[in-house]
Every structure is written in C-alpha cells, then in structure tokens.
Design a protein around this ligand. Structure first.
Ligand code: AMP
Length: 408
C-alpha cells in the first residue's frame, strides 16, 4: 500500500510518499512560496537509501492546485519519480491542524467532513484553509483515491474538562468553544507509543510526559495511553517558549501594551507569535545559533536558553504532579532529539521527582534513534525518541482505509 502524506500550509505543501508494506519512504519534498512571484520546490526520491537523488526547482506556483500537480508530476515522471502513475497511490493522508471538538480520530474525508473542517477555520485561520486547499486539490487530481484527515488536535481530545477549560465566563466556552485544544498531537501520540514499546509495556498501561521541542514546542501528559493535559491552548501560542513564540505570558499583557504603547490587538498578536520566544530575547530562533552566540559570550543568548529550559522543567514538574506516577519523560523533535545541553538543563533538578538524568549518557546519546539517558536505577526513565509525524499520519490513514472507519 502506498500512502501520500500531505501537510499543506497557507503557502507551502510538504509531502511524503510511503510504501507501507516495505516500511520505506519513496519520495519526499516541499513546495514553498505558493502564491509569491517565484516558488521553490525541493524533491528527493528514495531518501536515505543508496539510490537517493535530490532535485530543486524555482518556478512560480500560483496556487495549491499548481503545487500539487507539480508534486504528482515529480513522483510519477521517469526522471524524478518513484511510481508509474497515480493509480499506484492507495490513499492520501492530510495533516489538518484543527479539528476542534468535532474530530477526535482520523477521519475518511467526504463533503460533510470538509464542511466540518471548514467550521473550525475561526479557531485556526492561518492553518485550516491550507489544509482544505490540499484536500480539495487532492480530491480533484486523484479521483477515486480515498483521502483521510489526521488532526493535530485529535490526541488531546481525551483531556478531562478540568484540563481543557479556562477559568473564564462559561458563556465564552459554550458560545465560541474557547478552551484548551493542544497541537502536535500526532507527534505526542507517536512518541508515547514508541515509549511504551521501548518499555515493553502495553500502551494502555503506559504513563509518560512527551516533550516536543522543535520550531514549535509543546508537552503532553499521557496517562495510561491517553492525553490528560497539554501545554498549547486555544492556539499554538500557549505554553513553552518557542523559536519566535512567547509561550505563556501574563494575559494582562495585551491591555498593558495597548494602554502604554498604543498597539492594536493584531500588532500585539504578531509580536507574541513572530517576534518573541528565543528570537525576541536574543535575536536568534535556531537553537544551534544560540549555542554559537553563547560560546562567543552573548549574555542575551544565554538567558534565552535558560528561560527556555526553565519553562520545560516547570511543565515537566507540573505534569508529573498531575500524572501521579510517570514511567518516562520523552524528548523529541529538532531540539529535543539533538540538543544535549537543553535536555541537561531541563532535567537537572528533576532528580528529587525521581527522574535522574545521566550527564554522560545524555551528552553521548546516538543521533537519530531511541536512547535512554537516565541514570541506571532512575525510577522515571528519560528517553530521546525521534518523532515521525508523516509515518504516523500514513499509519492512521491506512488504518482508516482498512477499517473503513469514519467519525460521526
Ligand atoms: P523541527 O521543528 O522539529 O524541525 O525542529 C527545528 C528546530 O530544531 C530548529 O529551529 C533548531 O532550533 C532545532 N535544531 C535542529 N537541529 C539541531 C541541533 N543539532 N542542535 C540543536 N538544535 C537543533
């Protein structure tokens, strides 16, 4: 079975074609700057194998239809492709950012599901329209191929009300569905399952804290295989410090900035989403650059790193407290998988909670595969678990196709 995974943003489409029987990635790539005068396309066939070949193109990509048409050309053409024709694609899995309260599982797409995703646009105005464009284009270009929506919010739908409700007037929840939703759910779910496998426990009996530290950062508390809390909220701005996002701030900040700087709500929102986080504190949003600056004596960079890690520590502690028993803490994504300093600083004081990091193991952990970095005998294991959202989307897509499951 070959599954095409599409992650359609407002101006980009990431794709991966997976051979689920062989367990391999046949092709992967990215179409960027859709709608701008000049678009960019990067494409690889047989990535990570001896036959790997990479291609790059610059050409205008006025809309998603053009972008996806080009993707299909690339994966089917003799010079760049991996399959003879679209007939060899068995299903398409779409990453959809917001499923609201309507979708708590991967869902076979039909007209009603498209309407359901459209109904969530007010909750994700920057993200869901891209996902919808991807779905509508795929349905047109690949007639007869089933499409499945996999929601970033779905894994978190098991949170109890005391975790997802905000202490604001009830009417705001009933009228506008203002509540915590959480994101990165596909990654948290995948990593938590890998953790259970590593520990040799049934997933339904595994409790862990999953720590996704990438461009965006979030954390989830997983109790007996179910998410019971997560750090992102109504939007992906809440919680941990991120590359350009502030994470948690005093909610009175908006009024304060409006009163004292005359900024509009939109301007404040842009500051918190795009000019804050690591970048706002030290001018760099890539953790590798921050380490370089620290080595040169940059104190702003050093403080940004400390603020970032302290927030991670605080959330881990919070989640261990609400879990009341944790098997493991699992670091994942770009920073979580690769940055030993961040892991060390984040876990340094967790020994009193039963999670003892082993500095040597952490510093010398192998790249790109699961590793345990806690000290021997640590009651709570600390692990590095590489995430794979595309594989998880493809697996969930396949499961829906096999079960013919559709959320009502
Ligand atoms: P992701 O969103 O998972 O692709 O993560 C991207 C982020 O991971 C980048 O912005 C970097 O801050 C971080 N990152 C990637 N590689 C490394 C590395 N080797 N060391 C530290 N941080 C890294």
């Amino acid at each position: 079975m070959r599954i095409l995974v599409l992650n359609s943003g407002s101006s980009s489409v990431k794709y991966q074609l997976l051979d689920m029987d062989a367990g391999s990635v046949l092709a992967t790539g990215l179409v960027e700057r859709i709608g701008e005068p000049m678009g960019a396309i990067r494409h690889k066939r047989f990535p990570g194998s001896e036959r790997e070949e990479a291609f790059a193109f610059e050409q205008p990509v006025p809309d998603h239809t053009t972008g996806l048409t080009r993707v299909i050309d690339l994966i089917t053409a003799a010079e760049t492709g991996v399959i003879a024709g679209v007939g060899e694609i068995d299903g398409v899995g779409h990453r959809i950012v917001h499923g609201g309260e309507s979708f708590s599982a991967p869902t076979l797409i039909d007209a009603a599901v498209i309407d359901g995703i459209r109904a969530q646009v007010p909750l994700a105005p920057l993200h869901n329209p891209g996902g919808l464009a991807g779905i509508e284009t795929a349905l047109r270009l690949l007639p007869g191929v089933p499409n499945v929506a996999v929601f970033d919010t779905a894994f978190h739908q098991t949170m109890p009300a005391e975790a997802y409700r905000y202490a604001i007037p009830k009417q705001l929840y009933t009228d506008l569905k203002i509540r915590r939703y959480g994101f990165h759910g596909t990654s948290h779910f995948y990593v938590a399952k890998q953790c259970a496998k590593h520990l040799g426990k049934p997933f339904a009996e595994t409790s862990c804290v999953t720590v996704h530290l990438g461009n965006g950062c979030s954390m989830a508390a997983v109790k007996n295989g179910k998410c019971i809390d997560t750090s992102m909220g109504l939007t992906p701005l809440a919680g941990l410090v991120m590359g350009t996002r502030s994470g948690d701030v005093d909610p009175a900040l908006h009024a304060f900035l409006s009163d004292n700087k005359g900024l509009t709500i939109r301007e404040i929102d842009a500051i918190l989403n795009k000019q804050s986080g690591l970048k706002g504190m030290c001018g760099h949003n890539d953790m590798r650059d921050i380490h370089d600056r620290i080595a040169e004596g940059d104190q702003d960079a050093e403080l940004a790193l400390k603020v970032f890690c302290r927030r991670v520590t605080q959330y881990i502690g919070q989640y261990m407290a609400v879990l009341g028993g944790t098997d493991a803490i699992c670091f994942t994504a770009g920073i979580g998988e690769n940055d030993a300093v961040v892991r060390q600083l984040s876990c340094a004081t967790l020994g009193s909670l039963g999670a003892v990091i082993d500095a040597e193991r952490n510093m010398h952990a192998p790249r790109g595969r699961l590793a345990e970095i806690s000290a021997a005998g640590s009651p709570v294991k600390i692990c590095i678990i590489p995430t794979n959202e595309e594989l998880e989307i493809a697996s969930q897509t396949l499961e829906v196709l096999r079960n013919g499951k559709k959320e009502e």
